[in-house]
Design a protein around this ligand. Structure first.
Ligand SMILES: *Cc1c(COP(=O)(O)O)cnc(C)c1O
Length: 355
């Protein structure tokens, strides 16, 4: 019998969440963001479940080529574009679309030779100050691309710094709309938060990420509010039970001390599986379908949960760490992070099953 930890990926939930994105932005094409191994769900597995998307967005050339080799024929966008000119032949050969966000990339394109044109997303920095051309550099960048014979279709894009906050989004949207002007070029702005909250950002292409995986992009709104279904359920089992007396400690650092008699279950899941080490005592967990909480520090391969109110739960009792019945966002909030980070951090050692 193997160690009982599992990540179950619900393919129907992925397809359902894609449909929600489509319903929210009915006039837009959908570029499903499957970077970071599809936020921990598995690149090709997610691509298969999301095959109705109009395109996929990834970061690595390797992932993009892998999608082509597995037969995906629609748009594939490299969200950070290319990093060196030697990537360009493979990009052209695989008909990949690249984000152009920096003058260096335009210079590399100017001296390249390619057998076919490549399509680009020109990224404008409307306030995030991470990637993209400043508004003052935008028209020169656009002209350089429009006059380069190697460049095919051009789409304009930007990314919101605080799409979960309306005022900042509107300021960036206005800046972008001004620059787009009457260029007539297709545009792409919206991530999950903007898709769910700000229809004015939808334009020709939307770029949902986290919502496809059934987690919320908002700190104060649950995934269920939008009808999203969790795609990943991380589960394990109780592998030992301890009886504590008043004053007994649990785990490293004796960080939790019992205030009375307490029954503790040891769960085969730790930070080496991707569970956040910083999740404190009191982080929710489901044991045999009932809500309880963690006790003490998370260790590499184990964590402890309170079974005092679950006398029937012994060795072998099922434990859900997050997913169906317990939102990853709730666990993340307790650990001071986001559902995004927990999903992406699922460790390779955790066996994945599909359903
Ligand atoms: C990751 C990413 C997205 C998706 O963001 P979510 O918040 O996960 O929806 C969209 N656009 C760009 C450029 C990204 O890097």
């Amino acid at each position: 019998m193997n160690r009982p930890i599992r990540a179950r990926i619900d393919l129907a939930a992925l397809a359902h969440n894609l449909l929600i994105a489509r319903r929210c932005a009915p006039r837009s094409q959908v570029l499903a963001v499957i970077k970071a191994n599809a936020y921990g769900h598995g690149l090709l597995r997610a691509a298969r479940a999301l095959q109705d998307a109009d395109g996929f967005a990834v970061l690595d050339l390797e992932a993009a080529v892998c999608l082509r080799e597995s037969g995906f024929r629609r748009h594939i966008v490299l969200l950070q574009g290319f990093f060196a000119p030697d990537e360009l032949p493979l990009i052209a050969e695989n008909r990949l679309t690249v984000v152009i966000h920096h003058q260096e990339q335009i210079a590399m394109l100017a001296s390249a030779w390619l057998p076919v044109k490549i399509d680009v997303f020109l990224k404008i920095n409307t306030g995030m100050n991470r990637l993209g051309f400043k508004p003052s550099a935008f028209s020169a960048a656009l002209r350089a691309l429009q006059t380069n014979r190697l460049i095919g279709d051009i789409t304009l894009m930007t990314h919101f710094a605080s799409a979960d906050e309306a005022e900042g989004t509107m300021a960036q949207l206005n800046e972008f709309t001004n620059l787009r002007g009457d260029s007539g070029l297709p545009c792409s702005m919206a991530n999950s938060a903007a898709i769910l909250s700000t229809p004015a950002t939808h334009a020709e292409w939307v770029r949902p990420g986290i919502m496809l995986y059934g987690a919320s992009p908002f700190p104060d709104r649950a995934h269920s509010e939008f009808g999203l279904l969790p795609a990943m359920t991380l589960s394990s089992e109780i592998i030992a039970v301890q009886q504590l007396d008043s004053g007994d400690a649990v785990g490293y650092g004796a960080n939790y001390r019992s205030d009375g008699a307490r029954r503790v279950g040891v769960v085969a899941c730790g930070y080496a599986d991707g569970y956040p080490r910083l999740a404190p005592t009191g982080t929710p967990a489901l044991v045999a379908g009932q809500l309880t909480q963690t006790l003490g520090r998370v260790s590499m391969d184990m964590l402890c949960v309170d079974l005092s109110a679950l006398p029937q739960a012994g060795v072998g009792a099922p434990v859900v760490l997050w997913g169906e019945g317990l939102a990853v966002d709730e666990v993340a909030r307790k650990a001071g992070t986001l559902g995004y980070e927990l999903l992406c951090a699922l460790a390779p050692r955790v066996p994945v099953i599909e359903s």
